[in-house]
Ligand binder design. Sequence first.
Ligand code: ASP
Ligand code: MG
Length: 477
Amino acid sequence: MPRPLLVMKFGGTSVGSASAIRGAADLVARRADTHRLAVVVSAMSRVTDLILSTLEAAERGDAALVDEGIGRLRSTHEAACRALVPPGRASRVLDQIEGILDRLARVARGMLLLRERPPRAVDDAAPTGERLSALLLAETLRESGIPAANVAGSALIVTDATVGGAKPFLEETAENCGAVLGPLLAEGSVPVITGYGAAARDGTPTTLGRGGSDFSAAIIAASLQADELWIWTDVDGILSCDPRIAPEARLLREVTYNEAAELAYNGAKVLHPRTLAPLADRRIPVRIRNSFRPAGPGTRITGRHTERPGVRAITSLSQVALVSIEATGLSLYGAQLMARALAVAARAQVEVLLMTRSSFRQNFCMLVRSGDVEPVVEGLREDLAIELAHGYMLPIAVDHSVGLLAAVGEGMRGTPGLAGRLFTALSERNVNIIAIAQGSSELTIAIVVNATDLRTSVSAIHSECGLGRPASTPAAH
Ligand code: ASP
Ligand code: MG
């Protein structure tokens, strides 16, 4: 029997400094005797933001800011390199850092010259941070006697050509993973793979979108048929609520794929929402663990769990807006209007978080992220131009002053009267409910309230559902 195969992913803070990288290398080393290991990394924290803002500065023609950006990237990674790699070997690694930054500098210079920021070039340069962090982690592993090999995510993950957040093709990716990672794993070497970046079939660089390195790790774990995926991050796992809103929030030891996906989708920051699909299909368990407190149990995500059914966690999203569409009479078909509105959202690649409709008046609303309002409203005005111009419809209205909260839990169906209890808890605090939605899977009840009521609502529902730590038990350490 080969040793079990474990994929470990390290997030930005978990490789965010020389000491964090050393900690990450220790966590890998600890499993090296018992497991076959593949590692996926994010860029050091805030590095991707800096790269993207440097490219924006290049487009504006701000050469000084471009130099400053690249200078800051250089000094961050050089300092980490000097702290991690002994002087005799550091100069070779410093050269490699310079080579990686050169590629970024070339892209930025092109943009400076053209005053243009072609999306393809952005996708090529954006995973620069991952190239740097993967280099540093692999070097650190070698320092501790673990054979490690740098592998570019773009050599493994094949995607469509969508700019800024491409869709992976799993079969081709699995072939690449077998061909490239198979031999490394067989010889006991640890591949250290750059997250976030991928490539289209013709080799054009793509990315999996912001925060996409979780997804990279999931795709690779699925492709390798790994026994488990561990996501190392800077929080203890998935909590019953944001502890800044409800300090009594509890760590959830187990959640299902469905629950975790709903939580991520509705605002929980621990996981990228797209992460779980390839893992759930293959029943690969995921653990979310804190690399700064590795003794903690973390949260385990699997197909089913033994906890009591009902609400498990409350999440919220404050950066959302309600787009309302209303016909003036009954001459337009509601279903057709909704279909057109959804088609507009789909073309703009915008996620509709929630949609509700009144039964008689031809009025419905869609909840979208604040950043998505503009493309959706523009698209709607274009698509409905004739109806709007002839007064068949009221002008499209946007309400930014709303927030979304979601109560999530497998088997809420088994708890009758739950919705009523939630509404009562809100009305007792004078919270006005603007819209509600519950899917027939009864995994999530989503409620739209005024943005100013969001925090109160979340903590009211968290306590109504009895999700906090009992007051008498001291917090676990
Ligand atoms: N570094 C990328 C980002 O900041 C990907 C990731 O960290 O997941 O979006
Ligand atoms: Mg991340």
